[in-house]
Design a protein around this ligand. Structure first.
Ligand code: ZN
Length: 145
């Protein structure tokens, strides 16, 4: 892994600006990865018409990869529309599963591209996907309401 990405992951895992309580939120969901013991609670605040992610935060505990991927996911997706977020989520999952490799496609991940090499570390894949799967589920539930 390139050093700049390592630093980014370390920074977010040790000192995330998004690891906090959210006073007002639209939805809340717990994600759990029993393989590693990672557990996160994601809270999201959507705009009134539910089309834009206005704020997001998390609490919980787990390994550096799970904590950093949650934090960087939040940083990447705050301010995005729900539609944009869904596209970024599926691109990220595609990157980790090595189904999406085009640089052009991966550009939309912004800093979350830091986790590209996790796809070569099978033991860490579930840690890197936890927050993203949890959020994907939340946004899909949002649609069905
Ligand atoms: Zn983990």
């Amino acid at each position: 892994m390139e050093d700049i990405y390592n630093d980014l992951i370390m920074e977010h895992s040790m000192n995330s600006p998004y690891k906090k309580e959210l006073e007002k939120y639209t939805m809340c969901e717990v994600g759990h990865n029993p393989n590693c013991g990672d557990e996160i609670e994601l809270k999201i605040k959507l705009s009134e018409d539910k089309s834009v992610i206005e704020d997001m935060a998390f609490t919980g505990h787990g390994c550096a990869i799970s904590q950093a991927s949650t934090s960087i996911m939040i940083e990447t997706l705050i301010g995005k529309t729900v539609e944009e977020a869904k596209e970024i989520i599926s691109t990220y999952i595609g990157m980790i599963k090595r189904e999406i490799t085009s640089e052009e496609e991966l550009k939309k991940l912004e800093e979350a591209i830091a986790f590209k090499d996790i796809s070569h570390m099978p033991a860490r894949v579930k840690c890197a996907l936890l927050a993203w799967h949890t959020l994907e589920e939340m946004l899909n539930n949002n649609d069905s309401e």
